[in-house]
Structures are given as structure tokens and as C-alpha cells.
Design a protein around this ligand. Structure first.
Ligand code: MG
Length: 289
């Protein structure tokens, strides 16, 4: 066996070991796996969501990135105010809601406690009206700054919790006691993730200064594609707009980057999808040489 063969064998073995670990029985509801001493069982600590959720729940760096984004947003708003001719249309900002204004850490932590390792739409729909939310760090200061500067904020989200979808979203904004939490400033797309119509409608009456989101699809529909390399190429094309016209917030658990991996934004929790996730995570892996 050559050293190359040995490397391949080691990698194949590791892939199988990892795949077996990842395909351990993540049956929703079946493994609230606590041992007698109250510690979590092995199934639970194999959940691939752990790192992403631990990061956004504990890392001060997560909060720092959010503040950095909103500080930049404030700077851009102030620039726009200084340059704005009062006779023109009023200034406006569009903000996405989930993972841009609303922090969903309690939802993701719950999934992990239930032994679930993929986004779960039924639990999400159950979680939304409970308002178990917090504000993304820096969001409130930014929104109040916009209000003070007479820059209107329009919230645009895509959610679907049935006939109460709009009211749930509005109540969340009001629960957070943030500015512009009213019907005039909230658009909810229930059947589509395409926010282009809202951007066009708001641009017709306002001078749109800035877009904020955790998903590049919040910026341009072009990013709603399921090709990882093409999305990277689009970012290179649009790089001058980042931090300028578009402010992006960090989100390591969900978004259209997930769609680029799986071909759908909310992939099912299946063994096949866990293998696809493994392949995505090792896409740039060192070959051991
Ligand atoms: Mg979002």
C-alpha cells in the first residue's frame, strides 16, 4: 500500500465513522437523551447544530459582529441624512426581521434539547407566537437612531404561520417595543421569499438608503440560487455594495446558503441530508498530505 493509498483509506474510514456518528438516530422527540446524572447522552452531543448555536448563544464575538454591522448602518444613515435634499422623497431603510432584528436562540436551543438537528418548520410555527425572542445586539440602538434622524424603517419578512402570520409578526415587533412597529411599516410575504416587490414599492415613495438582512436574498433575488460557487461569484460582483447599500448580519444556522447546499432552504432531517452536510463541511478539507 502506498502512502497515498493509506491516506485514502484513512479518509474513507474517517468519512464512514463520521457519517455513522452523524446518522445516529436523530428521531424528533425520541431522544431527550439525559442520563441518570442529568448529563446529555451521546446522541445529543453529536448534533451538528451544536457549534453554530453555541456560537450565537455564547460568543461575545457574535454580539461584536452585530454591533459592527449596526454601527456601520448608523454611519451610512447619517451620511444619507447629511446628503439628503429635504425636497426629495423621505429617507427609508428596509430591515429583515428574523436574525436581523429578532434573535431566535431559544428556538435553536430547544431543537437541540429535543435531539433535532435540522430546521423544523412545525416547531418554528409553534415557537413564533410565544415571543420567546430577544433583540439582535445593536438592533434597538440602530432603530432608535433612525427614528431620531427621521429615517423610516420598513420591516420586510417572509413567514408562514397560516392565517395569523401577519398578526404574529406585528405583535413580535410591538412586543420588542421598537420604532415603526405598525402596519404601515411591516410587509409579510407568506407565499414567497422574494422581497423584490417590497423594495420596489418602498422605493416608489421613499429614497431607499440601506437594506439590512442576514441573507443575501434580502439584498437581491439573484442570490436565490442553489449553486455555492455562483453565490460566491455574486458576492465578488456586489462587494462594493456590502457595508454601503447592504448591511449583513451573521447567521450560521439558516438562510439561502443552506439552499445552496441542499437545493432547498429547509431540508428534511434525513440520513441523506446529513451526508450532504458532511460533504459540505469537508468541501475544503486538508487531504492529510
Ligand atoms: Mg432573516
Amino acid at each position: 500500500m502506498t502512502s497515498k493509498d493509506a491516506t485514502i483509506d484513512r479518509r474513507t474510514l474517517m468519512t464512514r465513522v463520521l457519517a455513522c456518528g452523524l446518522t445516529a438516530p436523530f428521531m424528533p422527540g425520541s431522544i431527550k437523551a439525559e442520563t441518570k446524572d442529568g448529563t446529555h447522552g451521546s446522541e445529543l452531543i453529536q448534533n451538528p447544530l451544536l457549534w453554530a448555536v453555541a456560537w450565537s448563544s455564547t460568543a461575545a464575538e457574535f454580539a461584536a459582529l452585530c454591533h459592527q454591522a449596526f454601527n456601520f448602518a448608523k454611519f451610512r444613515v447619517d451620511q444619507a441624512v447629511q446628503q439628503h435634499d429635504g425636497s426629495k422623497r423621505p429617507l427609508a431603510v428596509i430591515a429583515d426581521i428574523d436574525n436581523t432584528i429578532v434573535h431566535a436562540a431559544s428556538y435553536w436551543g430547544y431543537l437541540i434539547n429535543e435531539g433535532i438537528d435540522f430546521f423544523n418548520d412545525d416547531i418554528w410555527d409553534e415557537w413564533i407566537p410565544k415571543n420567546l425572542i430577544t433583540l439582535v445586539p445593536g438592533a434597538e440602538e440602530f432603530l432608535r437612531h433612525c427614528e431620531k434622524q427621521s429615517v423610516e424603517v420598513f420591516y420586510v419578512t417572509n413567514r408562514d404561520q397560516g392565517p395569523n402570520t401577519y398578526n404574529y409578526a406585528l405583535k413580535q415587533l410591538q412586543y420588542l417595543e421598537i420604532p415603526f412597529a405598525d402596519r404601515e411599516h411591516l410587509t409579510v410575504f407568506q407565499d414567497s421569499s422574494d422581497k423584490t416587490p417590497a423594495r420596489e414599492a418602498i422605493s416608489a415613495t421613499h429614497e431607499l438608503t440601506l437594506l439590512l438582512g442576514d441573507n443575501l436574498n434580502d439584498f437581491k433575488r439573484d442570490y436565490y440560487i442553489d449553486d455555492i460557487d455562483e453565490r460566491f461569484a455574486l458576492v465578488e460582483r456586489d462587494k462594493e455594495d456590502l457595508g454601503s447599500r447592504f448591511i449583513i448580519l451573521p447567521n450560521a444556522t439558516d438562510g439561502h446558503w443552506v439552499r445552496a447546499i441542499f437545493g432547498e432552504s429547509e431540508p428534511a432531517a434525513t440520513a441523506e441530508n446529513r451526508q450532504i452536510l458532511l460533504e459540505a463541511a469537508t468541501r475544503q478539507a486538508w487531504d492529510g498530505k
